[in-house]
Design a protein around this ligand. Structure first.
Ligand SMILES: Cc1cc2nc3c(=O)[nH]c(=O)nc-3n(C[C@H](O)[C@H](O)[C@H](O)COP(=O)(O)OP(=O)(O)OC[C@H]3O[C@@H](n4cnc5c(N)ncnc54)[C@H](O)[C@@H]3O)c2cc1C
Length: 451
């Protein structure tokens, strides 16, 4: 069934991918975005610096962003040929395990070709690519430079019939719509809007980590990475800080250092380099020392913790309205999940729209098990770090001990390394790591005992 008009609040990755999906179900789709976004795309990383510009609304764009295999699959599905086009536009590509060096708990996981592709990029360049595709779709209108003021209810306050928006110099306007999608990120005001309409606010779950990303652009000789397009050194229990190097379009790279619970990397050159030297493995520091920084200082992004709004637990929700992306759940970025989950949610929304008008509660319940998995990966991983106030029950302790052994095994065992990579790329659930074929390799003849 085709409905008439959908309005998407927020024109970042969740909003753009959702708008793409909605074009199959609505005659018109309007994206409202505070930043003055334009849809131009040259496909040449040196042609137009605006394609790499970090927008005010997406300050995380200065920091390392990776796209998991599950997310790339979504983008390929929505824009067939995407990977090929991104490569042609200068984004480094490679094998998701063969050319991505991943280190966990002080172990470098064994790399092997999987046949699955990965793309590396700067976040703004990827977003500009997606935006140019979405803005070019028939029926899509963009209201850049507009602030979303609120949602518009019907007289009975049971249905959302539009959104109130305002530009810096114009009068307020109401866009009427059959469906309003909130994709405004973790600052979403949907819980407040719901309360104003007399609905219950979703309960909030949080895991505080006091994480900071500290990033600096570099010119990196790709040969220094030995054929890899990205290196991720995750934190270990002994040294709970990490770093990432992502090769990007135009011969640039971003180097991000991250630490939790106030152990944040300094912004100045000497401090940044000294911090990198105390990561669990030397790969990031070695490349920093051999490369040319493209900015005098690094920049910082503080992330207090993962936050999940339990919309799936609500019993009442207005018709004509839905919330997704970071507005529903924002994950510790160390696990690189946000864009991929936003894409999966967008596709799920499309599946439900096949049946006609959206029932938001049905959507929230359908995506609940999808979100459970990355949430479990992120909060479980955080809980293993010293000082993080996460679940410490016997089950969690045993899982974390098992994972320690799994990382050690994956350093030399390709089968285990691939199984782990499929889980972190959201292709398989974490329970895949407990299958007998993997458990036998991880545990050998030893028995798993509680700490
Ligand atoms: C430091 C950091 C690193 C990350 N690394 C990764 C990674 O490696 N891989 C990954 O997949 N994800 C990563 N993420 C998460 C990822 O950035 C988000 O999940 C992704 O952008 C999807 O978010 P979103 O579109 O829901 O919200 P956002 O990206 O936050 O976008 C919200 C949009 O809404 C607009 N907006 C907000 N309020 C209003 C308003 N009132 N009026 C008008 N417009 C408004 C904003 O301008 C913005 O464009 C990272 C996040 C951070 C913070």
């Amino acid at each position: 069934m085709t409905q008439t008009h959908a309005v998407v609040l927020g024109g970042s990755m969740a909003g753009l991918l959702t708008a793409r999906v909605l074009t199959e179900h609505f005659e018109r789709v309007t994206i409202v975005e505070r930043d003055d976004v334009a849809g131009g795309w040259s496909g040449d990383p040196d042609a137009d610096p605006r394609e790499r510009e970090v927008r005010r609304g997406v300050p995380q764009g200065r920091h390392a962003h990776g796209l998991l295999a599950a997310g790339l699959n979504v983008i390929e599905g929505l824009f067939p040929g995407a990977t090929h086009e991104m490569a042609a536009a200068g984004m480094p590509t490679g094998d998701v395990l063969g050319n991505v060096r991943f280190c966990a708990n002080g172990y470098r996981l064994k790399q092997a070709a999987t046949g699955m592709e990965a793309v590396s990029f700067s976040r703004p360049y990827l977003e500009t690519w997606v935006r140019s595709k979405v803005f070019a779709l028939p029926g899509v209108t963009v209201r850049g430079g507009h602030d979303i003021v609120g949602i518009e209810p019907d007289a009975a306050r049971a249905r959302v019939i539009g959104a109130r928006i305002q530009s810096a110099d114009g009068p307020p306007e109401t866009l009427t719509a059959d469906l309003v999608v909130d994709a405004t990120g973790k600052g979403s005001r949907a819980p407040r809007w719901l309360a104003e309409l007399g609905f219950e606010r979703p309960r909030e779950e949080r895991l505080q980590v006091d994480l900071a990303y500290v990033s600096r652009p570099y010119r990196v000789d790709p040969a220094l990475l030995d054929g890899d397009i990205a290196i991720i050194v995750g934190p270990s229990a002994a040294a709970p800080r990490g770093g990432a190097i992502m090769l990007q379009e135009g011969g640039r790279a971003v180097i991000t250092l991250f630490g939790i619970l106030g152990d944040h990397a300094p912004l100045d050159d000497a401090g940044f380099r000294a911090y990198a030297k105390r990561l669990p493995l030397p790969y990031v520091s070695d490349i920093i020392e051999a490369s040319e920084p493209l900015a005098a200082e690094a920049v910082k992004y503080r992330f207090p913790g993962s936050t999940r709004h339990r919309y799936d637990r609500l019993r009442r929700f207005p018709q004509g309205f839905v919330v997704l992306g970071d507005a529903m759940c924002s994950f510790n970025p160390m696990y690189g999940q946000g864009m991929s989950i936003a894409g999966i949610e967008a596709v799920t929304l499309g599946t439900l729209l096949e049946d006609g008008e959206l029932d938001a509660l049905r959507f929230f319940r359908k995506v609940k098990p999808i979100i459970d998995i990355p949430w479990q990966i992120a909060t479980g991983g955080d809980a293993a770090l010293p000082g993080v106030d996460g679940p410490k029950d016997l089950g969690t302790r045993m899982v974390n001990r098992y994972l320690d052994r799994l990382y050690a095994t994956a350093a030399h065992d390709e089968v285990v390394s691939l199984a782990f990579s499929r889980v972190t790329n959201l292709l398989d659930p974490p329970t895949a790591l407990l299958r007998p074929r993997i458990a036998r390799r991880v545990l050998g003849r030893r028995r798993l005992t509680a700490a």
